[in-house]
Design a protein around this ligand. Structure first.
Ligand code: ZN
Length: 293
């Protein structure tokens, strides 16, 4: 049974949009697929949870692709989501713990985050900004505030089980965004509370009740409104779903170039290519490539 969820709504009195995502099961699946050590798992899960929030901002066949790049041992983290809250993610270094002496080596000196919003037929918008928060969700909140000019706050929580087959105990994210009529001074107060330790504790609660998000909403807005009124909508629950296919992977093979392909087919009847997101290995034959033309 999938217990992951995604809700979006608006705190009416404050003109603040909120989204809450629980991606525990999706994150577990992705982390096991990539054989992440705990250091890499914590970072990747944070990226997955914050990317899941973006699903609530999409419609129809739209998709967000988020890439975090660092010149540290972490390298690249990439995650994407669509309006159905299908998630995929990858991390270039899933064994971070053994490749560093101290934490600063994870992030290096420079980092950036890029976002691409696309539909099946075209790129709708894209941007890249430098981001060095050493926290993927804070990089994303900064991108949305700075590049998309929608003031945003994001809190995430990732906790672990002592179980290698089910390593993530919970992986959740909560986002607030200022709507056009929002008073930004008030927004700043709410954002400050969302960033504090108590809000994180509420988000991390084990076996949260149905009104889990309501408790968080009350906490972050209690200094401004006594009983926050809000609208609420359930979005499709987050789930790991790869978009790879024989045809999509053949397309990747085709981009290798004719000389490389000729060489490869000299020694074998099929190219073995593994999808970076789900580890499925495809065998691509010459006939598969010919079908593309
Ligand atoms: Zn795949």
């Amino acid at each position: 049974m999938n217990q992951d969820y995604l809700y979006r709504g608006v705190i009416d009195d404050l003109d603040i949009r909120f989204v809450i995502a629980d991606c525990t099961q999706a994150a577990n699946q992705i982390i096991l697929n990539h054989d992440c050590d705990p250091v890499a798992a914590a970072i990747l899960a944070n990226g997955i949870a914050s990317t899941a929030l973006l699903s609530a901002l999409l419609i129809e066949d739209e998709k967000y692709t988020v890439k975090w790049k660092t010149d540290g041992a972490l390298g690249l983290v990439m995650a994407d989501c669509n309006a159905q809250t299908h998630l995929r993610a990858l991390i270039s270094n899933p064994h971070l713990a053994s490749s560093i002496q101290e934490e600063s080596e994870i992030w290096g000196k420079e980092g950036s985050i890029s976002l691409i919003k696309s539909s099946q037929s075209k790129i709708l918008n894209s941007g890249v900004v430098e981001a060095n928060f050493h926290d993927l969700s804070q990089d994303l909140a900064f991108f949305l505030s700075f590049s998309d000019q929608i003031e945003t706050g994001i809190a995430t929580t990732v906790n672990f089980n002592p179980d290698p087959h089910n390593p993530i105990r919970n992986c959740r994210a909560f986002m607030i965004q200022a709507l056009p009529d929002c008073n930004l001074e008030r927004f700043e107060k709410v954002r400050g509370k969302l960033a504090d330790a108590h809000a994180k504790q509420l988000l991390a609660q084990d076996s949260p009740s149905d009104n889990h998000f309501e408790i968080i909403l009350k906490y972050i807005s209690e200094d401004l409104v006594k009983q926050p009124q809000f609208s609420l909508e359930e979005a499709p629950p987050p789930q790991f779903k790869c978009t790879c296919s024989q045809k999509a992977i053949a397309q990747v093979a085709k981009s290798l170039g004719q000389d490389e392909l000729d060489d490869a087919f000299k020694t074998s009847n099929a190219l073995k290519i593994t999808c970076q997101f789900c580890n499925t290995t495809y065998e691509i034959t010459k006939a598969d490539l010919e079908r593309l033309t």
